[in-house]
Write a protein that binds this ligand. Sequence first.
Ligand code: FES
Length: 376
Amino acid sequence: MPKITYIEHNGTAHTVDVPEGLTVMEGAVNNNIPGIDADCGGACACSTCHVYVDPDWVAKLPERDDMETDMLDFAYEPDAERSRLTCQIKVTADLTGWWSRCRRSRFEGKPDHSGRSAPRGREMTRPVVGVTAFLHRVDGSFDAQICGNRTPEAVGEVADCLPLILPGQPTTSETGELLELLDGLVLTGARPNVHPEYYGVTETEAHGPFDRGRDRVTLPLVRAMIDAGKPVFGICRGIQEMNVAFGGTLHPEIRDEPGRMNHRMPKGETDPEIIFRKRHLVSFRDGGAFHALIGDTCTVTNSLHGQAVWQPGSRVIVEGRAEDDTIEAISIADARSFALGVQWHAEFEAAADPVGQALFTAFGDAARKAKANHGN
Ligand code: FES
């Protein structure tokens, strides 16, 4: 029987007997060879059976057809000469002694921003990330769940995950169901604030407006996702939700405190370039989660908010503060996955901004890991 050697990207070699008539991919899958996932089952629609062929063997294999060549465009770091899809090669006696190096695991890969539409198999393998919407009354007459474009774009294009907009409707969005479905959660910024009843304060006009439905969906979901070891990224209202979810409090109008700046959106401005312009410094905890991720102890940000994190919750670690001491970045202690919150709008131009890019890329990597660990 032909013997074929598969070499993992880390150098581990597996030499196995593969019966003639099977494909080289089937030989790998039947023998649980890491790095050959074959998500599409050999339909030449996923490229997850990609290998690099030993140079001595390139000319000995049957030539690629057009379908395989096209699909290789979607492989991770394809090589013009040596890349092959193992599902397209039948095992024959001539292949005895053939060896090939398995592609690197997708979890080590970078997002593919080729701009081409993804093949079916690839879409199915991306982690699903919930992106929270918020309640908005349109034209003063009917209620809608809305979500700005920037966050789903950053989740799709920078984190390389599939964004799924979540309505803040507790009657339709049950925590257990969402927990099972989602590989990650991004809590977006929103006009309505977290209701103060969740941090033990009586409601005043300054605390509003509210979105009680979103509170009821997100607060338990944040805790459940973090307990399950799935990544959570809180942005603007999202950092505030993470803090409240772990027992912290919010200040309803941070600029009213002595020495604090006005972090609110410029009044009457409609140009996003001006609204989201970077305005103040954030300094990160030396050796903390942001320092490690960004490689620096400060950045300039664009935060736009009236409320702010006040007393940190029980597991909330303050990772960064603005020049006026306002809390702008947090992490959650003992989280088994990415669990970071930022007061600024990291989603704005996330692909171009080094800090936004680092955050969304790390979040996407964590979502891929969570997906692999939870077998979604
Ligand atoms: S198994 Fe999907 S392309 Fe080979």
